[in-house]
Design a binder for this molecule. Structure first.
Ligand SMILES: *Cc1c(COP(=O)(O)O)cnc(C)c1O
Length: 377
């Protein structure tokens, strides 16, 4: 059986997975059986809690949720902000704005602090507003804003949010498992991520790691039956790993394998080191080829990096993309408004040697983009 992929995904997810993660999907599972609930789901929930905090894992619980990552974000927001609560959304990109859109759909009272895609959060404004506006009960922020790859300063934000006594929610979708973090140290109450990002599983479900004392207060708040976080948690606790509705069994089993492989690699610190080296080689190589970065270097994260499209009239992103795909690499379009750019992800089953090969392939593709354009002229 051929388990090779025709190309490497240098995207923010779904991303390239190991052959062994893909092979783990070959068995069918019964969702009522202990083999699945006790043998697969329960150890995953335990492992996630241990990844989330080494200081105080006993204070947290992990809940798995069907759907793509957004479903889990939506589950979090619509299940924990009460009817008389108010959510403050810190936004600096597409994913931050999606948090506000979710609140809007669910008619949750909220306000948005949007600093635009190229700037970090306004911490002074955050402190001022939280001191003045007692109606705000919850604050939510994206950890790594995948629009640009910018890492938001969780520690500074948390200090402000917690000294004001608010509940702190984090969308760590594209960072969790690839960037070290301790929910207890950062005083995070709820954190959400999904199977197909830094833990390097396949898509199909997300997960929420919740501070138990907070989650216990949320019974009856949910605005949706299937995404009711409290009910999903009780289902998994009381049913010892049982999901309330059909679970994506093959995906969950693949995730179990992915978690084992994260441990074998040396845990989050080792993965962070690999992603960082991938990104370092990427930026160095791209700059050598003449590409500029969208963000200044101090705002880069090891997850994904934005590059400016060359201004040359011969250059055509679509053509560049297709040539690079033939060479075995898939990259990602840009998302920053008003900046003509593209993105390259450095997470997944991707190693520094792959980045070295990528740089050679980019150099070759750029040569052909320019040749092709010259031939047309
Ligand atoms: C990937 C991602 C999501 C979820 O996206 P889905 O397409 O629903 O899986 C949410 N937030 C961030 C920051 C992400 O990177």
């Amino acid at each position: 059986m051929n388990t090779e992929n025709p190309y490497l995904l240098l995207t923010p997810g779904p991303l390239s997975t190991s052959p062994t993660v893909r092979q783990a999907m070959l068995q069918d599972w019964c969702t009522w059986d202990d083999d699945y609930n006790l043998g697969v789901v329960t150890p995953i929930r335990e492992a996630l809690v241990n990844l989330a905090s080494t200081l105080a894992p006993e204070k947290f619980t992990a809940v798995l949720m069907q759907g793509s990552g957004t479903f889990s974000v939506e589950s979090m927001i619509t299940s924990v902000v009460p009817k008389d609560g108010k959510l403050l959304v810190i936004a600096n990109g597409v994913y931050g704005n999606r948090l506000a859109e979710i609140a809007n759909y669910a008619e949750i009272d909220h306000e948005v602090h949007d600093t635009g895609e190229l700037a970090g959060p306004d911490l002074n404004r955050l402190s001022m507003v939280l001191a003045e506006e007692s109606a705000i009960t919850h604050v939510v922020v994206v950890h790594n804003e995948t629009t640009t790859g910018m890492m938001n300063p969780l520690e500074e934000i948390s200090n402000i949010v917690k000294s004001a006594g608010k509940v702190f929610l984090v969308d760590s979708m594209s960072a969790f498992g690839g960037v070290p973090l301790d929910m207890e140290e950062l005083q995070i109450d709820y954190l959400v991520s999904s199977a197909n990002k830094c833990i390097q599983g396949v898509p199909g479900f997300g997960f929420l790691i919740c501070r138990i004392t907070e989650l216990e207060k949320t019974q009856g708040i949910a605005r949706s039956l299937s995404m009711d976080l409290y009910a999903q948690w009780r289902g998994m606790e009381d049913g010892k790993g049982k999901w309330r509705f059909t679970s994506p069994t093959h995906t969950v089993r693949a995730f179990y394998q992915a978690i084992k492989e994260l441990d074998e690699e040396g845990g989050v610190a080792a993965r962070y080191a690999r992603y960082s080296e991938n990104q370092r080689r990427l930026v160095e190589g791209m700059e050598r080829l003449g590409f500029g970065c969208v963000l200044p270097k101090q705002s880069h994260s090891p997850i994904i990096t934005g590059f400016l499209n060359p201004e040359s009239a011969d250059y055509d992103f679509k053509k560049f993309y297709e040539l690079l795909k033939e060479e075995g690499f898939v990259i990602y379009p840009g998302k920053v408004t008003g900046v003509d750019s593209f993105r390259i992800g450095t997470i997944g089953h991707v190693y520094p040697e792959d980045i070295d090969r990528l740089i050679i392939a980019i150099e070759k593709s750029m040569y052909w983009v320019n040749q092709g354009a010259r031939a047309l002229a």
